[in-house]
Design a protein around this ligand. Sequence first.
Ligand SMILES: Nc1ncnc2c1ncn2[C@@H]1O[C@H](COP(=O)(O)OP(=O)(O)OP(=O)(O)O)[C@@H](O)[C@H]1O
Ligand SMILES: O=C(O)[C@H](O)[C@@H](O)[C@H](O)[C@H](O)CO
Length: 186
Amino acid sequence: MIMSDRPAIYVIGGTCGTGKSTVAEQISRKLQESNPRIEFIEGDLLHPAGNIAKMTHGIPLTDDDRWSWLEKVADASFEKSKEAGSCIVTCSSLKKSYRDFIRNKHPQARFQFFILYGDKSEILNRVNHRASHFMKADMVDSQFNDLQLPADDEQDSFVINVTDQSVNQEVDEILAKINCRYYTID
Ligand SMILES: Nc1ncnc2c1ncn2[C@@H]1O[C@H](COP(=O)(O)OP(=O)(O)OP(=O)(O)O)[C@@H](O)[C@H]1O
Ligand SMILES: O=C(O)[C@H](O)[C@@H](O)[C@H](O)[C@H](O)CO
């Protein structure tokens, strides 16, 4: 087995309220133990102001709202991964076409998608219980309507169940997949 020399980008996706930021922060801390240069990019910070305004007012984003944001996510994460060998980014990546767009933007990199998935009732519960976040419960239905979970034809993508696992269990599951992939030839 050898280590791949393509930079690796770990995308933590899923609908609002699945725990993307919470899980991604912990994963980056774990990975930084062996490589302090690995960075975590909060994908929500790359949205244009207009997208945040729409979501704050309970208006779901369209494909056209998302393309320029997805491009920034792909570009920013690729740049960081070239510096450190890998990086972590949160990005909902709800549709297959979005994941394809990101993959195809930088074929020199190895993107892996971890799509966190929780039952709608659990997600509503989480969104209702967090304070001062722009994404409110009225957006949950539209997020589930747009969600296309990866199927077998997306071998770089995994669905992580977040309904009945703790954050630590989710982090361990993702790290196991990252480590396993990192040391294989591709
Ligand atoms: N098992 C779990 N896994 C992840 N998050 C959990 C879990 N249980 C509870 N939470 C809580 O769910 C809430 C949502 O998490 P977080 O804000 O990280 O989600 P998110 O996907 O980044 O949300 P958004 O995309 O809307 O910003 C947080 O308050 C987090 O602590
Ligand atoms: O694609 C989208 O509709 C958006 O990225 C949303 O998913 C939010 O940015 C994120 O989840 C924060 O609540």
